[in-house]
Design a protein. Structure first.
Ligand code: PMP
Length: 417
């Protein structure tokens, strides 16, 4: 009998039958409060009726039309619609399926547009699991384990993860920018550097928000040296952080953004957005694939954007995010084993640390298991998987946040007693 590869091993024993809003229902009919949202994907909630209706209508009309031969309406409409929400000047879009593909597309574009070989990524960043994206990923060693030789030309600069350094944010930021300049002076001269790839909030790396001084420091160096600032908004885009884009918190202008996850409520769809001038420098035929910009995914994305707007999900993410962060901080304050609680919008992480300040993976994972037993689904993140993260759908209500916080308080008390 065939069995699932252990590569698809799940963190909880839950087998899901259906989803509705913030809840998942398992095959035994038990209800679970889903504070994972399929890793930040189902922002409009599971099976939002508008998204379901749009997808169903599109399935009956056209499922797949391949853009090397024919164009289809959903792709054209989505492009136009995204123009309304993208940062000023990012008026050219390319579509793919997964986040990793979007990152690769941005990497290709950066090298082709600048003619420079190197990219600089930031410690703790996650950009995907295809080989190039895994090479650019440093949020854990497992993503590139056993697949060397990796892609060349990737250099890593530090990210202002103040708690990790044991410094305040300003000291951490000044250190990081100094190290970046040192990287320029040593291994990756500015005129050899095509792009910075950075997340507005380290996602898989532990839910560490960047800050304005750091992001503006990157922008200034990008401007000075003709380096492209690529913002990986795959986890932070579409309202997740309480503003439409993660980088809106820092007032920086990106040259390229990568998008996926919250874009299409669970249908596979990703892309990059940049200026027409930069996109014109991409080599024709070097990008793309069979499924990119799928018609049903695009229809679902159009409905998703409508729901985000009509239901005020960006404002809800901001308000519910504050409530969640405050509540998680109250739990953290009472718990010596939780070293820091941090986040931005509906991305909230609690970092578990031992009494001597080391990452406490065992307790974080025990908390994840215990919460699941109590009906709350959570994920872990961080290089040591010692950060428990909460990333509910953006439709989450104040009552559901309270319900989750209640379970979280009990869970933490149970696993740290
Ligand atoms: N970039 C970021 C910031 C991500 O969070 C992720 C997924 N967690 C990816 C890239 C990769 O996306 P995918 O898993 O769809 O390839």
């Amino acid at each position: 009998m065939a069995q699932l590869s252990p590569l698809l091993k799940q963190a909880t024993p839950v087998v899901v039958d259906r989803g509705e809003g913030v809840y998942l229902y398992d095959v035994d009919g038990r209800r679970h409060l889903d504070f994972t949202a399929g890793i930040g994907v189902t922002s409009t909630g599971h099976c939002h009726p508008k998204v379901v209706a749009a997808a169903q209508e599109q399935v009956g009309k056209l499922i797949h039309g391949q853009y090397t031969t024919v164009m289809h309406q959903p792709l054209l409409k989505l492009t136009e619609r995204l123009g309304d929400v993208l940062p000023a000047g990012l008026d050219s879009l390319f579509f793919a399926n997964s986040g990793s593909e979007a990152v690769e597309a941005a990497l290709r574009l950066s090298r082709q547009a600048t003619g420079r070989p190197n990219v600089i990524v930031f410690q703790g960043g996650f950009h995907g699991r295809t080989v190039a994206a895994a090479t650019m990923t440093t949020s854990g060693t497992r993503f590139s384990a056993g697949i060397s030789p990796l892609m060349g030309g990737v250099h890593v600069a530090p990210f202002p993860y103040a708690y990790h350094y044991g410094w305040d944010e300003q000291t951490a930021t000044e250190f990081c920018l100094r190290e970046l300049d040192y990287l320029f002076a040593t291994v990756s001269a500015p005129n050899e550097t095509a792009a910075f790839f950075v997340e507005p909030v380290l996602g898989e790396g532990g839910y560490v928000p960047a800050n304005t001084a750091f992001m503006q420091g990157l922008r200034a160096r990008a401007d000075e040296h003709g380096i492209l600032l690529v913002l990986d908004e795959i986890q932070t885009g579409f309202g997740r952080t309480g503003k439409f884009w993660g980088h809106d918190h820092f007032g920086v202008r990106p040259d390229v953004v990568t998008i996926a996850k919250g874009l299409a409520s669970g249908f596979p769809l990703s892309g990059i957005a940049t200026s027409k001038e930069l996109m014109a420098k991409a080599f024709p035929g070097s990008q793309g694939g069979t499924y990119g910009g799928n018609a049903v995914s695009c229809a679902a994305a159009l409905a998703t954007l409508d729901v985000i707007e009509e239901e005020g999900l960006v404002a809800n993410a901001a308000a519910r995010g504050r409530q969640l962060l405050e509540g998680a901080r109250l739990v953290g304050d009472k718990t010596p084993g939780i070293g820091e609680v941090r986040g931005l919008g509906l991305l909230v992480g609690s970092e578990f640390t031992t009494a001597d300040g080391k990452p406490d993976t065992a307790t974080a994972q025990a908390a994840q298991q215990e919460a699941a037993r109590r009906g709350l689904l959570l994920l872990t993140c961080g290089a040591y998987s010692n950060v428990v993260r909460m990333i509910p759908p953006l439709v989450v209500s104040a009552e559901q946040i309270d319900e989750a916080l209640g379970i979280w308080g009990e869970t933490v008390a149970a696993v740290t007693k």
